[in-house]
Design a binder for this molecule. Structure first.
Ligand code: NAD
Length: 490
């Protein structure tokens, strides 16, 4: 089955700036590639600093009116946007599968997930409360109000082309900010379609501006935003290395930053766990999007007495996964994003084998399917000297580490600069309390592998970044608090 759009006009190749679809200022284009085949899906605008600047001009012009709208008016537009996203699920999912490769069922799931943030923040827009501070001095009234921070620059990765950008744009718009956005170079089409639907929903011109760019030009575009003191906030999801770069480079204009960065999630299976549930948890958490998620378990720790049994149960499930292009409706794992990703996965598996790991299933490229496929893999005998222990593999590889007791596994789990997600399975309620408290991570799955929700605060600790997306806390990053002290009231 070939992937085709019902509304072909949702495939945009130009930037959205000030409500108009425009080419890059030097009319440059770059190809967006389907990772299933390495064929070109479309050629899109290759924007640079001049386009980023034009986007900021438009966002600046639109800001006063958007800021001063009633929250209810902003909420209504967000609700219309949400309805249009849901209505166009099939086309958005198709675009996403074409440029990112994930199976259609997962793409549909991501549309629903991304849309849920828009609905959530439509509601939250009307609940931005301030405080009247209990009186401290006669004749004075002290209040704290929350205001939109200003122009927000959103920069996102390729692994969730819709959800990552929706969960930045939605709270920013709800708060009354205007936005300039640059999706990842590999996956601009879903994001541009999302912007088109926001325009269709009646979002005023210039409130959301989106530019596409290849890697180097995109870096130049972002550099323009970093240096521009009109841009008051950077919200970024991506690698820790780039997050640190943005933190350094935005220091000269002291922007507020939210950084959702890389992870190295531990997944702990204690010997009193429901092993069937733990296997299901690994399948859900590890193999979603072919293992290309920031919350994927990277290190699976299994207690000694259940290690062999767990490895056997997991291998059977992993060996049965169907690897195929998104155009095959039975696909469970699609291609990886590109050759670089495949090379990294192969390097990690080869390194593990050289250092003593055993491949139970998988462990090879699937060149017979296409250029970017890797077999879902289970490794036993993983240890701290392997790359799989200290670097995000970002692929369908489950390395199993053996441990003896709780103290040891907590120490091993926390022995990483990262702290995004962690998971553990046990039936002991006291252990749940202890381990939940001691694990250093922003998001913890307790007997649960699927943790994402628009109602929950998502974000990391340590080098996985700061700031929270979703939940009642998700607006805070887009607001500043103003204190007013009114005198002469006695
Ligand atoms: P990346 O950091 O290479 O790229 C992310 C974005 O930053 C892209 O838009 C890219 O064009 C841009 N970028 C790259 N270099 C830049 C520079 N020097 N200046 C300005 N912008 C630059 O990450 P990626 O490979 O696209 O995504 C994978 C990473 O994202 C993984 O580490 C993953 O864990 C992380 N991630 C984190 C979360 C989270 O919520 N914490 C979610 C998804 C992905």
């Amino acid at each position: 089955m070939a992937l085709k759009l019902t509304r072909s006009e949702l495939l945009h190749r130009q930037n959205l700036i000030g409500g108009k679809w425009v080419d890059a200022s030097d009319s440059a284009h770059y190809p967006v590639i389907n990772p299933a085949t390495d064929e070109i899906v479309a050629k899109v605008a290759n924007s640079g600093a001049a386009d980023a600047h034009a986007a900021t001009d438009a966002a600046e012009k639109a800001f006063p009116d958007w800021r001063d709208r009633l929250p209810r008016e902003r909420a209504e537009i967000l609700r219309r946007w949400h309805a249009l996203i849901v209505q166009n699920t099939e086309d958005l999912a198709t675009l996403m599968s074409m440029e990112q490769g994930k199976p259609l069922a997962e793409s549909r799931g991501e549309v629903a997930y991304g849309a849920s943030y828009v609905a959530w923040f439509a509601d939250e827009a009307t609940r931005i409360y301030g405080d009247i501070i209990p009186q401290q001095q006669r004749g004075k009234r002290m209040t704290a109000v929350k205001e939109p921070i200003g122009i927000v620059a959103a920069i996102t990765p390729w692994n969730f082309p819709l959800a990552m950008i929706a969960r930045k744009i939605a709270p920013a718009l709800a708060a009354g900010c205007t936005v300039v956005a640059k999706p990842a170079e590999d996956t601009p089409l879903t994001a541009l379609a999302l912007a088109a639907l926001a325009k269709e929903a009646g979002l005023p011109d210039g409130v959301l501006n989106m530019i596409a760019a290849a890697r180097d030009e995109g870096i130049a575009a972002v550099a323009d935003w970093l240096a521009d003191d009109r841009v008051r906030k950077i919200t970024f999801t991506g690698s820790t290395a780039v997050g640190k770069h943005l933190a350094r480079e935005s220091a000269s204009t002291l922007k507020k930053l939210s950084l959702e960065l890389g992870g190295n999630a531990p997944f702990i299976v204690f010997d009193d766990a429901d092993l069937e549930a733990a296997v299901a948890g690994v399948m859900a958490a590890k193999f979603r999007n072919g293992g290309q998620t920031c919350v994927c378990p990277n290190r699976i720790y299994v207690q000694s007495s259940v290690y062999e049994r767990f490895a056997d149960m997991l291998s059977k499930r992993v060996g049965a996964l169907k690897v195929a292009p998104a155009s095959d409706t039975s696909a469970q794992i699609g291609p990886m994003i590109n050759q670089r990703a495949i090379d990294k996965i192969a390097r990690h598996v080869d390194d593990a084998v050289e250092n003593g790991a055993t491949v139970l299933v998988g462990g090879r490229r699937l060149t017979e399917l296409g250029p970017n496929y890797y077999a879902p893999t289970v490794l036993t005998g993983a240890n701290v000297n392997m790359l799989v222990c200290c670097e995000e593999t970002f692929g369908p590889v489950a390395p199993l580490f053996r441990f003896e007791d709780e103290d040891e596994v907590i120490r091993l789990a926390n022995d990483t600069p990262f702290g995004l997600a962690a998971y553990f399975y046990t039936r002991d309620v006291r252990r749940i309390e202890r381990v939940g408290r001691r694990l250093e991570a922003g998001v913890i799955g307790v007997n649960e592998g699927a943790v994402a929700s628009e109602a929950a605060p998502f974000g990391g600790v340590k080098e996985s970044g700061y700031g929270r997306e979703g939940s009642k806390y998700g607006l805070d990053d887009y607001l500043s608090i103003k204190y007013l002290c009114q005198g002469g009231l006695d």
